[in-house]
Design a binder for this molecule. Sequence first.
Ligand code: CUA
Length: 330
Amino acid sequence: MAFAFCVLLLQGCAGWQSALDPKGPAAGELAWLIWFFTALCAVVWALVMIALAAPLVMRSRSGDEPLLLDEAAERRKMRVVVSAIGVTAIILIGLTLLSFFANRTLAAIGSETALTIRVTGHQWWWEVRYEDATPSRILTTANEIHIPAGEPVRLLLTSTDVIHSFWIPSLAGKLDLIPGHMNVLDIKADKPGVYRGQCAEFCGAQHANMGTFIIAEPREKFDAWWNDQLQPAAAPTGDEAKAGQYLFLRRPCVMCHRIGGTPAGGTVAPDLTHIAGRKTLAAGTLTMSRGNLAAWIADPQGIKPGSHMPVVELNGDELNAIVAYLEGLK
Ligand code: CUA
């Protein structure tokens, strides 16, 4: 039973969202630091417990002898206490130095960043904007951050409403997104993979449903993805999807969402130009599927109560048409 419990507990230490399963240099440095601190503090704790228990055991063995003042013994005890204080000071200074050098290593990760991505926190989703010297290559997407594996990437973190916190445990430590302020976080993924992240600062009703994904890919695949994303949305094929586009553009959807290549130009909600290519809906709340798209549009307040996605009155045919259109936006 106890063994099964420990196995279950340790299962939580691996996977795509774990600070104890580092997949990049920043997370590796932090994991090493936390294990070293934990091991050293465990040894100190064990020694203190032994030092506490030993006199109790010796006293109970020696029975009820009266306590006599023995000056030589007192001096010995004083020396032990003074040396223990000295060792404590040395350990604390050592840990401070380790922490200082770990910080320097973290700062060195971004010394040669080529790619800058601006991540803006919103209640309760992430706006992701790829910066580029050529304005036509600037790209805005949401909730998923593609990066080239093996290369340092600079994230500029800010917020439009309240304080959020950006945390991809497998890749780096957490850093706040603060309205009116820009924080800089340099990350690097050693290998291609998908790493989950989570808002780590309570930011309102749907704080728990503010997930994100970092998708690290080989450079060629990343470049191809970026070029794809710069293309306007796919034109609808089939009568249902065409009807869906017609409806989408005439309903309140366009007030908040942008779809590249169409008149829909809202910027207060996630960009939907390539929504069907993403893994999830509503910032990691639902996996991407036709059924979930329909459920999300039909009942956003049932799925994510308090979210800023309103209910748009649609009958069954209209809902199916809009879903058919969005499903084609790969
Ligand atoms: Cu955003 Cu918690």
